[in-house]
Design a protein around this ligand. Structure first.
Ligand code: ZN
Length: 292
């Protein structure tokens, strides 16, 4: 297992971690500068931030700083109530793949979606089996374009508490079953994003990480699970402040062959978003060295 205690060359920052400080949207170019000042070598930005800044401008800024991407957030949200909605999702995923390619990302992270409309509080249907079928078909269709341009897709299983509104793929096993079905030859264009927040509790976690292997492990996200958790979406903890055995899980991931970045992804409306971005990044560096 790699020793992270002496530096942070394998630290990446998911830009959601430092984008809403004190209730204000922090522009992406400022986040990139803050990372560059600290010698952080990678980020994972969100599409709306990239669109607001301008993708060409971001690409130039990243090149100037020598900063790469550990992933691109995000594709997915495939289910819809009608054919037009399904097609719109495919078109949007195609654009996400092209943007990721332009930015040189190693993968597009897929938050696959669930019951259409549920995110707005009004599910347009209740059949989660149907949603899972539409996710399968959506990934299969998107995979064609991903293969054409050479941009891997990383399915991120989300904790079951988000099965209704964000992702109906909820375990690593379920994600890997889909990978095996759609990419049986393990061609390198379909895999998983392992986010400890979503999968730490899974009794099959170790065996499924082993099953994934280096070809399927495309991204690794860290934060911590707080007790109590006060909000289902935005009460993630800083590494070391919760109950996730971070070093143990990274050991499994690395034993399976993963050698990429450890991406910090913390949605924390109640705590870390109430501090300055600089302070949060400094804490990420310290905890990356001591806790991850
Ligand atoms: Zn994640």
């Amino acid at each position: 297992m790699r020793d992270f205690s002496g530096g942070h060359e394998w630290l990446s920052i998911n830009t959601a971690t430092v984008r809403k400080q004190h209730g204000q949207e922090v522009p992406l170019d400022r986040i990139v500068d803050q990372c560059a000042e600290r010698g952080i070598r990678a980020i994972s930005p969100w599409r709306d931030q990239v669109a607001a800044l301008g993708i060409e401008r971001l690409a130039r800024q990243l090149t100037a700083h020598g900063i790469g991407l550990s992933g691109y957030c995000r594709g997915g949200f495939f289910p819809a109530v009608d054919a037009a909605g399904l097609q719109a999702a495919l078109d949007d995923n195609r654009r996400a793949i092209d943007e990721a390619k332009l930015l040189g990302a190693p993968c597009v992270v897929l938050v696959v979606g669930a019951l259409p409309g549920a995110l707005d509080g009004r599910a347009l249907y209740k059949d989660i089996g149907r949603a899972r079928g539409e996710v399968r078909d959506g990934i299969a269709a998107s995979l064609d374009h991903a293969r054409e341009v050479g941009m891997p897709l990383a399915i991120e299983p989300l904790h079951p508490m988000q099965a209704a509104d964000r992702a109906c793929i909820n375990t690593l096993e379920q994600a890997l079953d889909l990978c095996d079905e759609l990419d049986p030859e393990r061609g390198g264009m379909l895999g998983v994003a392992v986010d400890v927040y979503h999968v730490w509790w899974d009794p099959k976690l170790r065996e499924q990480i082993e099953r994934a292997g280096a070809e399927r492990l495309l991204a690794y996200h860290v934060c911590d699970w707080l007790t109590p958790t006060r909000d289902l979406l935005s009460d993630r903890g800083m590494m070391g402040d919760g109950v996730v055995e971070l070093k143990k899980i990274r050991g499994w991931v690395e034993a399976a062959g993963y050698r990429g970045f450890s991406e910090v992804e913390i949605f924390s409306a109640l705590d870390w978003w109430q501090r300055s971005g600089e302070d949060v990044l400094d804490a990420c560096i310290e905890r990356h060295r001591s806790q991850v």
